[in-house]
Design a protein around this ligand. Structure first.
Ligand code: ATP
Length: 446
């Protein structure tokens, strides 16, 4: 058997639409560029990804969760440096009127229009990536608020609230999942870069001087997390930011990169943000954000080690990674089985209940099995089409197990369990089916 992995994003875009993972936003109106909607399976899949991250973070005794508002006091973005510095340099081509980012169009130190290759371009103007809106009924200068471009600031401004209410001692972390918005100039590559996206960020507050050690610890922990999600290790790597690539706040930064079909790209950033954020908020808000260490009687502004990953981007990496085509030849005919080889914890559906035919007694028995299992397991009932086509559909959406209810089931009270990867089949007693599935999902052998 020949295995073909995903080598172009378009294949995944089609599968995502066909099977209900991701749709173009506002499609009936012609779509809105670079905006995507998660369909029923995509929404469940993304939820599973978020849960895996949330659990990995908050099951630690030293990390607590937060859910801050998207709209924040405008001063937050002055303190964070976003009003001043969250910009991309834009130039216009005088020849073809194309507008593009200067830093992505440099050829031998010269700016060349990527569309018409003219070098006759305007001076660069800085374009702020934050979405602006107005709060309240009046669109005045004083009513401007921003849609947050990152979730991190919600964590920093709540540092004191969380530490006090949760009686936390440094070192401790705050984890958050939420939407962020950036008016990206060059969005694209499906859900890789969009203007509205979800982030999963964790800010870990540490004593100055221990930051480098914690930075290395988090680098390792994040790598381990990706391995437990089942991402292929040969498609993961760490890239260090050189001194000229470091953001204004960062002391050190590493990207976890994944090899997408369009090449190696950032998946997550692990940053040593020093005491920049809390110091800035202390300065701009005039509220003391120092931490008093009762063990040593010291006062200091904690350093922050940040881990920041896009939920949509991670979901995309997992979709790319899970995709495989199994190609076989029989009697001169080529057969392609498409499988999404998700780890069971990420699969949107864990088991499908499939009556062999639409005969009422098979339907009745299948419904019973479905309703018993659906308490506690994400199961699906499907009786449309031939059993072969239904198996193929479940393979394509990554369902680890299929339960087929046939005429023998009426007599022997057993169902056939088909395994997604090996395609082997077991006959299992109905009374044991729930524990059988739970056990197989836990000890899944891919
Ligand atoms: P990039 O260089 O790709 O623009 P960044 O370095 O600006 O990303 P951060 O600000 O560190 O990204 O954000 C943390 C994570 O949030 C990124 O690693 C990425 O996974 C995700 N992310 C950032 N911008 C977008 C976007 N426009 N669409 C989807 N995910 C994004």
């Amino acid at each position: 058997m020949e295995i073909q992995r995903l080598n172009d994003l378009q294949t995944l875009v089609s599968l995502s639409k066909r099977r209900g993972f991701v749709f173009q936003s506002s499609e009936i109106y012609g779509g809105l560029t670079s905006c995507w909607d998660y369909g029923p399976l995509g929404a469940q899949f993304k939820w599973n990804v978020k849960q895996a991250w949330w659990r990995a973070m908050t099951r630690r005794p030293d990390i607590v969760g937060l859910d801050a508002a998207i709209l924040m006091h405008p001063k937050v973005w002055e303190a964070s440096g976003h009003v001043e510095g969250f910009t991309d340099p834009l130039v216009d081509c005088k020849n073809c009127k194309n507008r593009f980012r200067e830093d992505t169009a440099l050829v031998n130190g010269k700016v060349i229009c990527p569309k018409c290759e003219s070098s006759d371009v305007t001076e660069a103007r800085n374009f702020n990536l934050m979405f602006k809106t107005h709060m309240g009924p009046l669109e005045s200068e004083g009513s401007v608020v921003y849609l947050r471009p990152e979730t991190a600031q919600g964590i920093f401004v709540n540092f004191e609230n969380v530490a006090t209410s949760m009686r936390r001692k440094v070192p401790f972390g705050i984890a958050q999942i939420g939407k962020s918005f950036r008016n990206e100039i060059t969005p694209g590559n499906f859900t890789f870069r969009t203007r509205e996206f979800e982030q999963m960020e964790m800010q870990y507050f540490v004593k100055p001087g221990t930051d480098e050690e914690w930075f290395n610890t988090w680098k390792q922990l994040r790598w381990d997390f990706y391995k437990t999600l089942g991402l292929s290790e040969e498609k993961l790597r760490y890239e260090e930011h050189g001194p000229d690539e470091l953001a204004h706040y960062a002391k050190a930064a590493f990207d976890v990169q994944y090899e997408f079909p369009m090449g190696w790209q950032e998946l997550e950033g692990v940053h040593n943000r020093s005491d920049f954020d809390l110091s800035q908020h202390q300065k701009f808000s005039s509220k003391k954000l120092e931490y008093f260490d009762p063990a040593t009687n010291e006062k200091y502004i904690p350093y922050v080690i940040e881990t920041a990953v896009g939920c949509d981007r991670l979901a995309l990496a997992l979709l790319c990674d899970a995709y495989r085509e199994e190609i076989t030849h029989k009697d001169g005919k080529k057969d392609v089985r498409v499988v999404m080889g998700f780890k069971p914890e990420l699969a949107p559906i864990k088991a499908a209940v499939l009556p062999l035919s639409k005969k009422p007694d098979l339907q009745e028995l299948s419904h019973k099995i479905y309703s018993d299992l659906s308490e506690g397991i994400d199961v699906e009932y499907d009786e449309a089409q031939s059993i072969g086509k239904r198996y193929r559909r479940q393979d394509e959406i990554g369902t680890p197990l299929c339960l087929t209810v046939d005429f023998d089931s009426l007599e022997d009270k057993k169902v056939t369990v088909r395994h997604r990867d090996a395609m082997t089949q077991d006959r299992v007693k109905m009374e044991n089916i729930k524990s059988y599935i739970q056990d197989k999902l836990k000890n899944f052998d891919q």
